[in-house]
Design a protein around this ligand. Structure first.
Ligand SMILES: NC(=O)c1ccc[n+]([C@@H]2O[C@H](COP(=O)([O-])OP(=O)(O)OC[C@H]3O[C@@H](n4cnc5c(N)ncnc54)[C@H](O)[C@@H]3O)[C@@H](O)[C@H]2O)c1
Ligand SMILES: NC(=O)c1ccc[n+]([C@@H]2O[C@H](COP(=O)([O-])OP(=O)(O)OC[C@H]3O[C@@H](n4cnc5c(N)ncnc54)[C@H](O)[C@@H]3O)[C@@H](O)[C@H]2O)c1
Lengths: 207, 207
């Protein structure tokens, strides 16, 4: 099994290689990649080794080829259509975020059950009533759903998303939800990120 | 070194114990904790064992005592004052998020360099000009800074935050930044969370 930390670093390498490609840089060494993203050359080589042989000893890697490889490994060689449920503070920030599109994720629709929000658009993306979720997911061939509703509705929304046919769910509500085996689930808890910081501060008695 | 996954689970255990305490539940077993948060009893015991002996064999754990222990381990036994730099889409969603306050994090000020935003308030939290960062951090005794500005300004803002005296930084800009040894840094890249999902889908050839 490939460590999650490796997948996260691959994404960072890819972002860096994309920048270099734009600057016209053709070849790069593992040392130069490590310098650019703040890691070690050995870590770069180890991460890439999970996926086969890349680059030539002494010459390094071809920037464009390596980036294409990583993009394929991350499943980003095709675009992904995303729907967001919950057009509140977080949902609307995510809908308007240009960074997703740069990585190949297109938010095609947002859903809510608040009549004051339905019918509006966020950065051109329409807000539909939650009752239209199944229809829009099918029509748009959306594969990924993002949950941005309060915790007490998160499981219910997850069930809706699974029924509508999405293959993966990113859940921002701080509650434990469950999905069938064949659906990928990832939970993001922003408050926990702060708690990891305070844990480290408490450990170092550094207030 | 304590694995990060353990710290994340501690936070989830604490949230669950808080819910149980509110319902008046006095004792609980590692099996019941595992059931409530979706894990295994052995994992619960292993996580807690990093921090000493809790609970009594056969009786289980006292809900309130265990929760107090975990809260102290996570450094949450005191409140933390937080400042956010960037009052855009993400910064304003984070400022208005009630979930941070529940865990003991109070956003006391937001900073921006856009004259149209300075002087406004978000949910009662004032938006100051970035030039006032040092003064407000000192006055409010803020210890944590959150970066919610575009990538190209992230390092500059990090330097400002370090100079102003914060002890920990949570960075949402998808760029590699560096801070001195004595400052805790954590990067959150929301797009990478989607890429982990697509990596897993590509692995399972499940589109
Ligand atoms: N705002 C943040 O920065 C932030 C940070 C971390 C986590 N979260 C989590 O993200 C979620 C959303 O937070 P928020 O701050 O955007 O809340 P919010 O109250 O601003 O927005 C929630 C939205 O969900 C809609 N909604 C509620 N139930 C629904 C349902 N069954 N179907 C469709 N829509 C429904 C509401 O009408 C509302 O528009 C919460 O679970 C929160 O804990 C938010
Ligand atoms: N919106 C999202 O959902 C989201 C998701 C993931 C990551 N991010 C990241 O979070 C950051 C903020 O994103 P956003 O969508 O809120 O962008 P935004 O453009 O809506 O907001 C950025 C804010 O930062 C302010 N700003 C710029 N430079 C500044 C400086 N030097 N000092 C103080 N303020 C400054 C701007 O005036 C603006 O108000 C970006 O790095 C983005 O990549 C955002």
């Amino acid at each position: 099994k490939i460590p999650e930390a490796t997948i996260i670093r691959l994404s960072v390498y890819s972002r860096y290689l994309t920048q270099l490609d734009k600057k016209g840089i053709v070849n790069i060494s593992s040392g130069e990649i490590a310098e650019g993203v703040g890691g070690s050359p050995a870590q770069v080589r180890k991460d890439l080794a999970y996926f086969g042989e890349f680059g030539t000893r002494g010459v390094g890697y071809n920037v464009r080829d390596l980036n294409q490889h990583i993009i394929r490994i991350l499943g980003l060689n095709k675009g992904w259509k995303v729907v967001i449920v919950g057009a509140g503070n977080l949902g609307s920030a995510l809908t308007q975020y240009k960074g997703f599109r740069e990585r190949g994720f297109e938010v095609v629709a947002v859903f809510d059950n608040d009549v004051n929000k339905i019918g509006l658009t966020l950065n051109g993306v329409p807000i539909f009533p939650i009752t239209k979720l199944r229809e829009v997911v099918k029509e748009q061939e959306a594969r990924i759903g993002i949950i941005a509703v309060p915790s007490k509705y998160a499981q219910d929304v997850a069930d809706h998303l699974v029924e509508s046919g999405v293959k993966a769910i990113l859940n921002f509500a701080p509650s434990v939800i469950s999905v069938p085996e064949n659906v990928e689930l990832r939970n993001v808890d922003l408050a926990v990120n702060l708690e990891i910081l305070t844990f480290n501060l408490a450990l170092k008695k550094n207030y």
